[in-house]
Design a protein around this ligand. Sequence first.
Ligand code: GAL
Length: 461
Amino acid sequence: MKKFPSDFIWGTATSSYQIEGAAALDGKGPSIWDAFTGIPERVHNGDTGEVACDHYHKYKEDIQLMKDMGVKAYRFSISWPRVLPTGKGKVNEAGIKFYSDLIDELLKADIVPWVTLYHWDLPLALQLEEDGWTGANISDHFAAYADLCFDRFGDRVKNWITLNEPWVVAILGYGQGVFAPGRVSNSEPYLAGHQLILAHAKAYNLYKEKYSHQNGVIGITNNCDWREPLTNSQADKDAAERALHFFLAWFADPIYKGDYPDTMKERLGDRLPTFTAEERAMVLGTTDFFGLNHYTTMYAAHDDGTVKKERSVYGNGGISEDQMVDLSLDKNWTFTAMNWAVVPWGCQKLLEWIDERYDRPDIYITENGCAYPDKIVDGKVNDQARLDYYKGYLQACQTAMDKGVKLKGYFAWSFMDNFEWASGYEKRFGLHFVDFETLERTPKASALWFREVIGENSADV
Ligand code: GAL
């Protein structure tokens, strides 16, 4: 591989519910994921995050493994109900201490913390009492929670991410109902999306107004797959563009341009909330960088309702009938254990699309990675397929950077195998193998490969 710039940020990522365990320990309140995993049939195998990787107790060992890998940055999330058991009001000091110790340990290891405030584990009390992300006051509760985190951790944390993937929260949580809180609706996703954007903006503005002396940066992480037109027809090109609007521009346009994309307004009518002039001004410009989680690609074709459903893949398409987009795959692509296609050029095209649409922002890939059915053989995990995936996607990043895209950093998802939401523990995304019986961690071949890549590319830092 060619070299990356010496100031390129190399990191790895996790999230609280997926790794911490200690779900009811030391005063932590329940989250919507604690509740959701208790409902039969919602999660593969009936798996829960009760113990997960027990990172709550093993964080020192994990930080040592990160250090061994040579990563310069670590992206993790704070569990809102661990620090505020009912989502607001009384602070759980034991929860604060856990994150405070974690941050100190990272800094001691020369690893820069990148902290996500919300990676899906909403305090259950806010779901029951305030209707979760569709509630009218949720953005204020989020801002108050953010305030607490800036206050307690901001002396040491200089890189903040407000929300992880609001698209997933809205579509999978409130549209398809396959993630917590499990709601099924064709209008709630747009209400939830609206509150998520307001919550993000309030936290951003609060940080800039009250904590500017901390001299940190704060942004949002959105997820998006690439959508490639199935054919060269104008109808398919428009369909692919429309799919990107419903996926990424939904959340990025209000922040970069001050309003939802016209495509969504036209198609959704009353189901899409409107921003007041005051809200538009509050939301505009509220991100210091473009956080992107990217995994895969699909073809997009215009769907006038007559498309043969055998070809379609609706799994990751959001509310497809709103978009009139038919999604499909190329059988010649290779696929991960999630059945996600490995298409590095899709990553390159998406980076270029973002660069152009949002006027050349600094971009950080805050997640990229893949699941495979890894096994330990003679104490080793030979995850060649994952290694090929990373090589391909990192080369695609370089091609985009050669074309002028301002990609500044890359976080591999994930540091270790963990609770993969509705797929439970069976889907392994980690650079480290976790034996979920003994909780022993073993670096996979891809972790060792990263160590070399990071070493070679950080010579001047
Ligand atoms: C992202 C999510 C992560 C992880 C990953 C792999 O959408 O932020 O938590 O689960 O996908 O599916």
